[in-house]
Design a protein around this ligand. Structure first.
Ligand code: CTP
Ligand code: MG
Length: 234
C-alpha cells in the first residue's frame, strides 16, 4: 500500500430526503453536511488526496470551503452512485501508482470518527486485502412472503450492515466496478463489485452514528451527534 486516496460521491439529488437543496449541502451543526464529511477525511494524515464527484450543474459547491483544500480535487459525477465513484477512480488512475489504494466514502455520512477511519486503514494494511466499515445488526430479523407473513426468523449473528468508507486497491476496484456495472448494472457499494470479482472483503466494526443521511429525521440525529462531538458532555 503506497498512498491512500479517497473518492467521495456527492453528485446525488437526495430524492428520498426531498426539499430544494440536495442533502449534501443542507446546513447541519453550523456547516454544509458535506463539509463535515470532507473534514473527517482530511483529519487523517494517511489520506493523500480526495476526489469529490459533484453534479456539475450545481453551483452550491462553490460555498464548500474544504473543496479549496490543496488535497481536494473535483470531478463530474454520473447518473448513479457507482458512475460517480468510477469517475473519481478514473481521475485518480491518471496519476496513481499500481500499489495505491483508495477509500470510497459517501458525502452523506458526516459522522465518521478518525478512530474508525484509522482502524479501517490498519486492518487493510495488516491483511493486505480490502476492508469496509460495517455495523452488526441488532434487531431480530424476519423473512416474509408476498403477503407480508413471516416465514422465518433469520440468524442475525452473520449479518452486518455495510457502511463507508470502503478501502480497496485502486486498480482492482476500478476494474471490478467497471465490469460489475457492465454485467449486473446495479452496484450499490464497492464491496459488492469486489465480492463479485472474487476478492476477499474484511469488515471492521463502525459506530452506529456513521449513518448515511437518507430521510429528514436523519438530519436532526447527525446534527446532534456532530454538536455533541464538538462539545463533549461532562
Ligand atoms: N451519489 C452520487 N452520484 C449519484 C447518486 C448518488 O455521487 N448519481 C452520492 C450521493 O450524493 C451520496 C452517496 O452517493 O453522497 C450515497 O447515495 P444516496 O444516499 O442514495 O444519495 P442520493 O442518491 O442523493 O439520495 P436518493 O437516493 O434519496 O436520491
Ligand atoms: Mg441514491
Amino acid at each position: 500500500m503506497k498512498s491512500i486516496w479517497a473518492v467521495v460521491p456527492a453528485a446525488g439529488s437526495g430524492r428520498r430526503l426531498g426539499g430544494e437543496i440536495p442533502k449534501q449541502y443542507r446546513e447541519i451543526a453550523g456547516a454544509p453536511l458535506m463539509e463535515h464529511t470532507l473534514q473527517a477525511l482530511l483529519a487523517s494524515p494517511d489520506v493523500r488526496g480526495i476526489v469529490v464527484a459533484l453534479d456539475p450543474s450545481d453551483r452550491r459547491a462553490d460555498a464548500i470551503n474544504s473543496l479549496a483544500d490543496v488535497r481536494v480535487q473535483t470531478v463530474a459525477g454520473g447518473a448513479e452512485r457507482a458512475h460517480s465513484v468510477l469517475a473519481g477512480l478514473d481521475l485518480l488512475a491518471e496519476d496513481a501508482s499500481d500499489e495505491d489504494w483508495v477509500l470510497v466514502h459517501d458525502a452523506a455520512r458526516p459522522c465518521l470518527p478518525l478512530k474508525s477511519l484509522t482502524a479501517l486503514i490498519d486492518c487493510a494494511r495488516a491483511e493486505g486485502e480490502g476492508a469496509i466499515l460495517a455495523a452488526p445488526v441488532s434487531d431480530t430479523l424476519k423473512q416474509v412472503d408476498d403477503s407480508a407473513k413471516v416465514t422465518r426468523t433469520v440468524d442475525r449473528s452473520v449479518l452486518w450492515r455495510a457502511q463507508t468508507p470502503q478501502l480497496f486497491p485502486l486498480i482492482k476496484l476500478r476494474r471490478a466496478l467497471r465490469q460489475c456495472l457492465e454485467e449486473i448494472g446495479d452496484v450499490t457499494d464497492e464491496a459488492m463489485a469486489m465480492e463479485w470479482a472474487g476478492e476477499t472483503v474484511h469488515v471492521v466494526e463502525g459506530p452506529p452514528s456513521n449513518i448515511k443521511v437518507t430521510v429528514e429525521a436523519d438530519l436532526a440525529y447527525v446534527d446532534m451527534m456532530l454538536r455533541a462531538e464538538r462539545e463533549p458532555l461532562t
